[in-house]
Design a protein around this ligand. Structure first.
Ligand SMILES: NC(=O)c1ccc[n+]([C@@H]2O[C@H](COP(=O)([O-])OP(=O)(O)OC[C@H]3O[C@@H](n4cnc5c(N)ncnc54)[C@H](O)[C@@H]3O)[C@@H](O)[C@H]2O)c1
Length: 161
């Protein structure tokens, strides 16, 4: 049976590569990003004419965005089986230069966003009786961020298994 995967932050970077790879593996792909226009552009580049790509805007900080995208996914593909929590803000600001607003922005996106995705889609998976969630980790979460920001490292430490 063809499975459906939702990839967050998939307009660019690793998320886009993951979406492309899973499409190639036969998945139906919901390609989402905080920037809906870029998500649509990326989906147009990926679409092979088989109708297996759905582009949508999704801000991972917002539970209602996950709820809406779940509804769009079920309407289009029938169900969702896999969530890839990929979207993140990767900042490398030196620790003494991180202002509290920037700290909040990174933690709210990377840590809260992953929690919100796990909880909102996890409830749907529990009801369905099946589902897989993949969270993108980082070595920064283990080593404290030798090459990245302390806020990024803390968020990855908190959102990795
Ligand atoms: N690139 C690396 O070397 C590397 C290494 C280790 C881990 N990772 C992890 O892989 C993942 C992807 O990293 P990347 O380098 O491809 O990032 P990237 O910055 O290239 O892409 C991130 C994407 O997420 C989107 N995004 C940002 N905020 C969002 C939000 N609130 N809601 C939805 N989408 C949002 C951006 O628009 C962008 O398309 C991240 O979780 C990162 O921590 C990357």
């Amino acid at each position: 049976m063809t499975q459906t995967v939702l990839v967050t932050g998939a307009a660019a970077g690793l998320g886009n590569v993951i979406a492309r790879h899973l499409l190639g593996q036969g998945f139906q792909v919901v390609l989402s990003d905080v920037d809906a226009g870029r998500a649509r552009q990326a989906a147009e580049q990926l679409d092979n004419g088989e109708g297996r790509v759905l582009a949508t805007g999704l801000d991972i900080r917002q539970p209602e965005d996950f709820t809406r995208v779940l509804a769009e996914t079920v309407a289009r593909f029938g169900r969702l089986e896999v969530l890839v929590n990929n979207a993140a803000l990767t900042l490398a600001t030196p620790v003494m230069d991180i202002d509290p607003q920037e700290f909040d922005r990174v933690i709210t996106t990377n840590l809260r966003g992953t929690f919100v995705g796990c909880q909102t889609v996890g409830r749907y998976f529990a009801q369905q009786g099946y589902g897989r969630i993949i969270n993108l980790a980082s070595l920064a979460g283990q080593n404290g961020g030798t090459a990245s920001g302390a806020h990024y490292a803390a968020s990855k430490g908190g959102s990795s298994p």
